[in-house]
Design a protein around this ligand. Sequence first.
Ligand SMILES: O=P(O)(O)OC[C@H]1O[C@H](O[C@H]2O[C@H](CO)[C@@H](O)[C@H](O)[C@H]2O)[C@H](O)[C@@H](O)[C@@H]1O
Length: 260
Amino acid sequence: MSAINKELNAALERLAESEHLLVALDFDGTLAPFVDRPEEARTLPAARLAIERLLEVSHTTVAFVSGRAVDSLELVTENLPGVLLVGSHGAEYRFDGVDAHPPLDEQDTGRLHALTAGFSGFSDAHPGARIERKPAGFAVHTRGLDPEAAFLANDEARRIVADVCPDATVRDGKDVLEFSVLDATKGDAIVHLRDYTGATAVLYAGDDVTDEDAFAVLGEPDLALKSGEGPTIAPFRVHSPAEVAEVLDSLGRLRAATGR
Ligand SMILES: O=P(O)(O)OC[C@H]1O[C@H](O[C@H]2O[C@H](CO)[C@@H](O)[C@H](O)[C@H]2O)[C@H](O)[C@@H](O)[C@@H]1O
């Protein structure tokens, strides 16, 4: 059965007619199924093919908007030329080969050092919990741990941060707890991307709580698509990265059929 119902199909048809379309996509859980080791995640082949087709259509821009550091995002998305990259939940940009790094001032740098020092013995105390470093913070991964070990790791991580950097931005994700000295959001990223590309309409697809910030800045000409379970303000929902790929494929075909 198709993931695209009548209402979603009508919304895609409308979107395909827009003058300049921005297709902005979260990565983990949206384009790529979850795996235990973040560096091993990859875009589903069907999604990659659909994105490559969208990239061939004129007046169409594709962007990946992720919580990952931009280097990690580029690695796991296997360097698709022409795609704009946003990392660290909106704090890092790599557009057309040009990087904009987080503007860490002296105070932020001090807070980042305090966080790093605070977590120095963490991995030894919590075997199996993995630390992923990012330019403005890091993530504590607990995927694969038994629930009690995950609870203890998260509990201690929160306690350390409350002690050494109480005003850090804390994000609770899917088997991951993240800390950052910056507070950029994916909503900021969409505002910036819309401005940079001159897009007249945006499709944003995402699966996690941080994607709600992106959905929140979408308006009448746009389309918000939630992937998977959980509460959302997005009016449309599909159930898996495979279904996101189906939507992207359909959008690409509709857009190409407009003669662009
Ligand atoms: O905004 P996203 O692109 O969805 O990134 C959110 C976080 O995704 C990654 O972690 C998640 O995916 C991992 C690989 O499948 C999985 O092992 C982990 O449990 C998930 O939480 C990434 O490693 C984080 O840095 C991102 O912030």
